[in-house]
Design a protein around this ligand. Sequence first.
Ligand code: DGL
Length: 266
Amino acid sequence: MNAAPIGIFDSGIGGLTVARAIYERLPMESTIYFGDTARVPYGPKSPDTVRRYSLEILDWLLTQGVKSVVVACNTSTAHALDALRAASPVPVLGVIEPGARAAAEATRGGGIGVIGTAGTVASQAYPAAIHRLLPAAKIEQVACPLFVPLVEEGWFEHPATRLVADEYLAPLRSMGADTLVLGCTHYPLLKPLLHRVMGESVALIDSAEETASSLAVALESAGTASGVEVPGRHRFVVSDDQARFLQVGARFLGERLGEPELVRLG
Ligand code: DGL
């Protein structure tokens, strides 16, 4: 039993979808969420830069006494997970393995679409992880960078978002994907629209929920689950612009979002 907090980090606000899934799955766990709002987006940045930023955040989270770290950002998981694990004395969990596992289980015909940032798609991390589990899977990826600002605008059902989604997802519809991996923190907020564009029979894989389940299993098996019978406490920390984090973050978390602290890194 261990009442220390879980560290969760993302390039910015989007990782709150993962935080929310963790609060729901593990209500007695406390967390510290770090959003690197000074340096977002990670999607178009080089693997080296994303790795350096991620290691800086890990170092800071470790100074806060976290018992494990969840890399909520897909791009950071794609470029930095191995480096983070090598540098960390506590377990580090990414979002890609859990999402890949869920996709491999969900597909019926083996046709899997993956959408993510340019960095995540270029890294080939999702296809590699899915192919390890399902070598025969037919995978196509599409980078969907415009979804991030559309979600941050709150345009979940806006006609402009529908137009962009139609364009991005056309190749995945033509390949007959029966499963779509939402390989970016922001995309779970577009689920209803993506369902309509892809067809209701297509399984949408939300890495957030899968990651929260994997975290629950990892804490249990390591014997580090919280022993306390009171709801967990949640801290929010950003590297810039607390006001915008509060305003946009409320769309992700509602009233559970607390006043963020400011910590400058680098
Ligand atoms: N958090 C990023 C991800 O999941 C999306 C936003 C960004 O580009 O930084 O890949």
